[in-house]
Design a protein around this ligand. Structure first.
Ligand code: AMP
Ligand code: MG
Length: 418
């Protein structure tokens, strides 16, 4: 069976970045991916400015405690001091963000001077450069601001805004079609007939995809009928970059999805040494990448996190990153048999300066309740047998959907510091 790492590598090498781009305003750019390098159009700060409220002076060797300066004017943020002549022993009253006069090299803090009428006297010896933000201290004009392939989030977009960049060239949104498969599925809101269950996978996928730069086509439910599946997939593969299905990829009599991929296109791999989610089927049909996820709801979500999310990143030109895991002390024994890497739903919490993690209980892959209760996945390696309480395990943090903070207030950071 293919290892997860080999599967991820094979998937990545089968993907070509979408090369169509568009220019969007930065207010539309959140989550999008830069198609070209962005070069700084200005230096930031654009002028040498004060970092504090105080007095701008020119220091010299004699400027020690007790030296006096005559206050000749004021520089406010947005309203610079105009008379820019260097005069010995003069000071300009200055505020945070205001232009520092050319001749000044230091801002002394207002609390470090005595002011009487228009004269200030230093209470501290100033150091040249103190409390001054030099022009270009954040970025210099014409330097690289953000590189091609950068995913834009709130931090990057505000960085662009700070440099006056109003629009950016980005990779167009990835077109993703989602299908559920299974004769047993019904839509929420409808009554269930004997043997039916509600389709939760399409909802899960649509919600998870909200964090990605995609246009989602919800293609509904397909019956366990190879002809209908084939027709729907063939038609859709001409219109999208990525088809994601759930269900029908295993070896049951009603599992037709993998056979349809083989008929219409090429199966890149099937069956990965993963739990939950082993029978994932990856292929290519025409221009569309195909990810056939297993039907059990937890398997669908775990394979989304491991494969679909990364595939969309690769299609959008984001460099592949190894997801961050953190070490934690296991507080419940985990049962596991070798050969497959398992991602067990867990609850991560803090105890003093340690992270503790425990399983959410029965790990059956249909039990969405245990995923709703989890805030992490505990990674149990392929080579491990059961893992005992007290051992250190790797923990994969989950996206915002799982944002249940578990922290004992008496064990917070402040108690460590004191
Ligand atoms: P399959 O991979 O088609 O054999 O499905 C495995 C299990 O997942 C079965 O119990 C299905 O009923 C269930 N399942 C398949 N698709 C969905 C879905 N869209 N929502 C919820 N459960 C599903
Ligand atoms: Mg099925």
């Amino acid at each position: 069976m293919l290892s997860i790492d080999d599967a991820v590598t094979r998937l990545a090498s089968s993907i070509q970045t979408v090369d169509e781009t568009e220019t969007v305003s930065i207010s539309e750019a959140n989550q999008r991916v830069l198609a070209i390098d962005v070069i700084a159009p200005i230096s930031l700060p654009p002028f040498t400015s004060s970092a504090m409220d105080g007095y701008a002076i020119k220091t010299s060797d004699e400027d020690r405690i007790g030296s006096s300066f005559r206050v000749v004017g004021t520089s406010l943020a947005g309203s610079p001091y105009q008379d820019d002549e260097a005069i010995d022993q003069t000071a300009v009253r200055i505020f945070t963000g205001a232009v520092v006069p050319d001749w000044a090299d230091t801002v002394v803090l207002q609390e470090d001077v005595d002011r009487k009428a228009e004269t200030i006297t230093l209470k501290e010896t100033p150091t040249p450069g103190d409390n001054i933000r030099l022009i270009g201290h954040d970025v210099q004009k014409d330097d690289l601001l953000l590189a091609k392939g950068t995913r834009l989030g709130a931090f990057e977009v505000s960085w662009l805004a700070a440099c006056g960049v109003a629009s950016v060239n980005v990779i167009r949104r990835i077109r993703v079609a989602i299908f559920s498969t299974g004769d047993e599925l019904q839509d929420p809101g409808q009554p269930l007939s004997e043997g039916q269950i509600y389709d939760s996978n399409r909802t899960a996928l649509k919600e998870l995809l909200q964090e990605k730069p995609v246009d989602i086509a919800d293609m509904g439910r397909l019956p366990d009928d190879p002809v209908v599946i084939e027709e729907a997939i063939a038609e859709t593969s001409e219109k999208v970059d990525l088809i994601v299905t759930s269900g029908g990829v295993s070896v049951g009599d009603a599992d037709y999805v993998r056979l349809v991929i083989e008929k219409l296109g090429e199966l890149t791999f099937w069956n990965v040494a993963l739990k939950p989610g082993k029978p994932i089927a990856v292929g290519q049909i025409e221009n569309a990448l195909f990810l056939g996820l297993p039907g059990n709801p937890v398997s669908t979500i775990v394979t989304y996190l491991l494969f679909v999310a990364r595939a969309i990143d690769a299609l959008s030109g984001i460099e592949a990153l190894v997801p961050l895991t953190v070490p934690a002390v296991l507080t419940s024994t985990l049962r596991h048999s070798r050969r497959r890497r398992e991602y067990q739903r867990g609850i991560l919490s803090r105890s003093g300066s340690n992270l503790h993690v425990r399983s959410t209980g029965d790990q059956s892959s249909n039990r969405l309740a245990t995923l709703a209760a989890a805030n992490c996945l505990i990674v149990v390696p392929e080579i491990a047998d059961s893992v005992d309480e007290g051992e250190i395990v790797d923990v994969l943090l989950l996206p915002e959907e799982a944002y249940h903070v578990v922290n004992n207030p008496s064990e917070s950071l402040s108690s460590d510091i004191s």
